[in-house]
Design a protein around this ligand. Structure first.
Ligand SMILES: [Zn+2]
Length: 356
């Protein structure tokens, strides 16, 4: 790859638009593999779908870096005689989000077919129906078929994975929307670290294992087994996390905010981070004059939680880029937040060997 042509914004577009609900992340892995191949010593994929890249180090100690490749999605549960699809959810959805969105499904042969989450217009709903809301299992997807046979001809089958489909776009100067910044922005952070190591911008004596983790959104399923195999002394997870500085969320319930820089985890629902790890991260930010924020305890959970409880216990932490509207098809980020997240992450990677 020609390094001069590398654009982080273009890479985020590619990653965010790639199809990758949990367990169906081949397209995301293919982009990452092709991007990082020149910068690492070897790459393998394990039985679950973790893509694990290694960079040799002078020390025999191992640093695991992790970002998850999956996004939340849906799965075909039922196809009725008129060709309408009912779906199950993959990962943590808010059921209010679904109606009237576009859906993209992948068939068993890898082809895509498209649909719209149908909804009854307000004209035909009773006041009680409007009030109550609809659970996800009662939504249907219209894929343009008029019978079960036509649905079959389009490739639809029980078990097909799908996502709500939205393109990446620039909404305002420095503000971007995309369907899967959780956690493709973490993948991009990890890609940026591997690039910086390869170009000699940063150094570490540690052997690096970059785990692009499968199936985080369905209960941190990939990272734990990957950590078991890698057997690291220390680990850092990279995320896109819960920016909630907008109307309707009181100040004391905002896990983090846009435009305030990288988010350092002290505690979330999956992990309590050892103080020396948090201290290293805040020292790195302060000494480099980078903005940072502490994620409000204890919202969310990350792969740091799955990794720290692996084997005999692994020193783990998490750095995230604030993203608004995660777990919706229009996650939104402020580009300097990403740049500062990457800058802090690179510093932490270059100094984390001092902890082990
Ligand atoms: Zn995530």
């Amino acid at each position: 790859m020609n390094a001069k042509s590398f654009s982080f914004q273009e890479k985020l577009r590619e990653l965010s638009e790639a199809f990758g609900p949990s367990n169906y992340e081949d397209d995301v892995r293919a982009i990452i593999r092709q991007t990082i191949e020149p910068w690492v010593d070897d790459i393998r994929e394990d039985a679950l779908g973790n893509l694990i890249a290694r960079r040799k180090g002078k020390s025999d100690k191992r640093l695991m870096l992790d970002a998850h490749t999956d996004e939340i999605g849906v799965m075909v549960r039922h196809i009725d005689s008129r060709g309408f699809i009912r779906f199950a959810t993959i990962g943590g959805w808010d059921d209010r989000i679904f109606p009237a969105h576009r859906v993209k499904f992948q068939s068993r042969t890898g082809q895509f077919y498209h649909g719209v989450v149908g909804m009854a217009p307000p004209h035909v709903l009773s006041p009680a129906q409007k009030e109550k809301g609809i659970p996800a299992e009662d939504y249907f997807v219209d894929i343009g078929a008029n019978s079960a046979e036509e649905a079959d001809e389009l490739g639809a089958a029980i078990g097909d994975p799908g996502v709500l489909e939205y393109p990446f776009r620039q909404m305002a100067p420095n503000i971007f929307n995309g369907k899967a910044f959780d956690d493709r922005v973490g993948c991009l952070t990890l890609i940026g670290i591997l690039k910086a190591l390869a170009k000699g911008e940063i150094e570490t004596p540690l052997e690096i294992y970059a785990n692009f983790a499968t199936s985080e959104e369905v209960g941190l399923r990939g990272a734990g087994p990957a950590a078991f195999g890698i057997d690291p002394q220390v680990a850092i997870a990279f995320e896109g996390t819960i920016g909630s500085d907008f109307p309707g969320v009181p100040e004391e319930k905002r896990p983090c905010a846009q435009r305030k820089g990288p988010v350092i985890t002290v505690a979330d629902k999956s992990v309590l981070v050892p103080r020396r790890m948090v201290q290293l991260m805040t020292d790195c930010a302060q000494q480099a004059n980078l903005p940072y924020q502490i994620k409000m305890p204890t919202y969310g959970g990350t792969n740091a939680g799955a990794i720290h409880g692996s084997r005999a216990g692994i020193l783990s932490g998490c750095i995230a880029c604030p993203c608004r509207y995660i777990h919706s098809p229009n996650t939104t980020l402020y580009w300097p937040d990403f740049e500062n997240t990457l800058a802090l992450s690179k510093l932490v990677v270059s100094r984390v060997h001092t902890l082990v």
